[in-house]
Structures are given as C-alpha cells and as structure tokens.
Design a protein around this ligand. Structure first.
Ligand code: C2O
Ligand code: CU
Ligand code: CU
Length: 443
C-alpha cells in the first residue's frame, strides 16, 4: 500500500467457519478494523475501505475471531502488509522487493504425524502460549536465501502465537535496526541482538561479503530485570524461560551471498521524524494491569506438576512440590480484574486526546501488549527511557515480568461510539482466554 491512497479490500470467507481479518497496526475506522465484531460468515465477502494513514513501515493482517484467534492464526490466517511513502523511497535504503528488501514472517509450528499443523490446547499451551518446535519463514521449513546484493533489508514479523524471538547472526555480527512496528527509526541503530515478541515488527539492514554465508538465528530469550521478590535473576529466570518455552536456539534463515562487488554507501544518518508527544501534554494516564488468575498459590494445585514438566524432564522437581508456580498462574486471563466481554466497553477515549497508557505486568511471564487504532511511542520502562532500537512508532510493546511500561499516543481522526477497538495481550492464547479489553473513541 502507498501512504495516502484509499484502498478497497474484498475479504471473501471461503472457510466453513466464521472469521475476521484485522489490519494490525493500521489506523482505520473502527468498523473497518476487522476485530471480533466484524465477523465474516462462511461464504460472505467483507469489503472494508480506508485511507492509508501511516508512515512507511511493515504491518500485517490476521484473523481476530473472538476466542478463536489462536487457532485460526496457527492454521495460516495471517499475512504481511508493506506501506511505502515518498520520504522513505528517497533514502537510498534497499527497496527492491524480493531482491534486497525481504519480508520474513517468522512462525513456529508443531506438526501432527500426517503433516498437518497441530494446534494443541493443553493447559500448558493455554497458560504459556502455543509453541511449535519447527520454524517456518514465509511458510518455508529450513529456508535459505540467495543474495545478489551486498546490503539487505530484512522486514521481520513475529507472526507466532506466543514465541518471543531473540534475533542475531551466528557470527555475532553487527546489523542496523532501521524500523519498528509503525515507522522507521529517526536514525539507524547498531545492534547484535533484537528481541521481537508476537505481533511486533522490525526492519534491519545487514551487509554481506561476496561468496560468504551467514545465518540469522534466534537465541534464548533474555527478559529484563524483574520485580524484587520475584526472583527473576539467575536460576529462577532460566527456569521461567524454560517453562514458558522461550529457551531454544533456532536457525531462522541462511543467507548465501553470490558474487558482487562490495560497494555500499554509508546508511543515511537521518531516516524520518518520529512524532514526539510530550508527556506534559497528555490529558490523562490510564493504568492497565495484566493478570493471570491466582489459583491456590505455591504448593497448591497438586496435579499440575506433571503438566509443567511436559517433555522437559526434571522441571517438576525443580519447581517444588505440587506444581508451585504453575498453580499460581492457572485461572482466567484478565486486565484490571476483568476478562474480555464483547458487550462491555472498558474505556472511552475522547477524539483527539493525547493519553498515556501505563501497562503493569505483575505476572512471572512476559506479555506483548497491543493497542488497535493508534501508533504510540514508548515513554519509559520502570521510569527509564526506552532503548534506541524501540524508539520508533509502535503498536505492540513487550512488558516483562515485574515491569511497568508507559506509552503515549494521540487518538485522532476516527470516532465511533458503537464500534470498539481492542487492546490485548498478543500471546494469542492469552487473548483468547480473556486478556483483552475494548475502547471506543467518542466525538
Ligand atoms: Cu494483531 Cu488485536 O491484533
Ligand atoms: Cu491490532
Ligand atoms: Cu499474555
């Protein structure tokens, strides 16, 4: 899509079940948002129409059916959207689609014996999120890319239901992060690792020598700090990571460079202007606390130990008798004490308001918090400004255990008292289990 154009889309539901298609990250009228209220019946066609009011960035679309998002996305109902604008076209960044501008939709899947996708809904999957043991990149297992240019732009989408990736190259080389969910960064930022949670996107630029090869990897997740008393340091952090399932190392994509003359100009020093709403201008701060219900606490819930140890020998014992942590985290997923209810509007935002949303995560696992309608900036994490690699526009922010993150945004253009937008955890099993709420923008 090109910024400023009006798009007409026809979404024909050829399934024998209901679905929806949500334009993740895009600023569109609520009735065209494709959330749980815009159900497309089997055989029906939905025809949203909206103006592309975005900066150049990488977006995506996916099913958002109430209670069934995880199952439908796991079976394939997701895809990528690239938005271009004139400003970005003039930067000299790699932008030849499929040649040096490469979209990478990264997803993990489990396969059944007959080769079909297996979407399990065990208690473990529901609580920790569905994880697969096979990585698909653009639907391909074990992918490689033959590279004909010395400089590549990779548009990474974490399209997984719940897995957090910690990207890096197998020779630990430095790359440049140039974009976040909803915009380019103000300037390229050098990095060797990049965490990406479900729903998040990033654009990176990497340079290769002719006739060389290198692998893009995902390394074990590395959550920030943690609440005092939660014991997230050291062994406890490793145990949590293992229990959640973000402790694996995967090869994501092999890059095989052909022969070319290696002459790349320096990257531009300035990429774009990222809107900078001042905290002092915000009309209010709203607080959202992410909750995984408490059931029994440490040592309660006798039968849960075995489930926790699923395929991971020894975990049950390490976590103490009777299931311990897992017992603590059973029960419903909520935000501010309430599970998602399609008939309840949780928040009313006046049109044009600049607001700070403060997201607190007192649970022992990381949650990516996503807001529809707007793009925000991260103000701070536990009072500290965000790292440069996440200082662009965002619509999804990973909130680690014990962390409180403040984001700021302007709710402009579209008011509709009847059609709500969603905010939710983008671990799709958490969303489906109720960690979601609704807001309307009112004139
Ligand atoms: Cu990516 Cu509410 O969605
Ligand atoms: Cu969305
Ligand atoms: Cu969550």
């Amino acid at each position: 899509m090109r910024a400023g154009e009006v798009v007409n889309i026809q979404v024909a539901n050829g399934l024998d079940e209901e679905t929806t298609v949500h334009w993740h990250g895009m600023h569109v009228p609520a009735k065209w948002d494709g959330g749980p209220h815009q159900v497309i019946a089997p055989g029906a066609t939905w025809t949203p129409r909206f103006e592309v009011k975005q900066k150049a960035a990488t977006f995506w679309y996916h099913s958002h059916l109430m209670g069934r998002t995880g199952a439908q996305v796991a079976r394939g109902l997701a895809g990528l959207i690239i938005v271009d604008d004139e400003e970005s076209a003039d930067l000299g960044l790699p932008n030849e689609y499929g040649v040096d501008d490469i979209p990478l939709v990264v997803q993990d899947r489990r396969f059944a014996r007959d080769g079909s996708f297996e979407y399990l809904t065990s208690m473990h999957d529901r609580m920790m999120g569905y994880k697969g043991d096979v990585i698909l990149v653009n639907g391909t297992v074990g992918p490689y890319l033959e590279v004909a240019r010395p400089r590549l732009r990779l548009r990474l989408l974490n399209g997984s239901n719940s897995r957090i990736y910690n990207f890096g190259f197998d020779d630990d080389r430095t790359f440049h992060v140039i974009g976040t969910d909803g915009s380019l960064l103000a300037a390229p930022v050098a990095a060797r690792r990049l965490r990406l949670a479900p729903g998040e996107r990033a654009e990176i630029v990497v340079e290769l020598a002719a006739q060389s090869s290198v692998r893009l990897m995902s390394y074990p997740d590395a959550p920030r700090g943690g609440a005092p008393g939660m014991g997230m340091g050291g062994m406890m952090a490793r145990m949590m990571r293992r229990m959640v399932g973000n402790d694996e190392t995967f090869s994501i994509l092999e890059l095989r460079a052909g022969s070319f003359s290696r002459a790349v100009p320096p990257l531009p020093g300035r990429l774009t202007e990222v809107p900078r709403w001042q905290a002092a201008k915000a009309e209010r701060t709203r607080r959202f606390e992410l909750q995984m219900g408490m059931m029994g606490g440490m040592g309660g819930m006798g039968g849960m130990g075995g489930m926790m140890g699923r395929g991971r020998g020894g975990m049950g014992g390490m976590m103490g008798p009777g299931g311990g942590m897992m017992g603590m985290m059973g029960g419903p997923m909520r935000i501010n004490g309430r599970a998602m209810d399609m008939d309840r509007i949780d928040v009313r935002v006046p049109l044009g308001a600049i607001e700070i949303w403060e997201i607190a995560n007192p649970t022992p696992v990381s949650h990516p918090f996503h807001i529809h309608d707007i793009q925000f900036r991260i103000l701070d994490r536990d009072g500290r400004p965000p790292r440069a690699i996440e200082a662009g526009l965002k619509d999804t922010v990973l909130v680690d255990p014990g962390e409180t993150v403040r984001v700021i945004a302007e709710f402009g253009d579209y008011a509709d008292p009847d059609n709500p937008y969603m905010y939710h955890c983008h671990i799709l099993e958490h969303e489906d289990a109720g960690m979601m709420g609704q807001f309307v923008v009112t004139a």
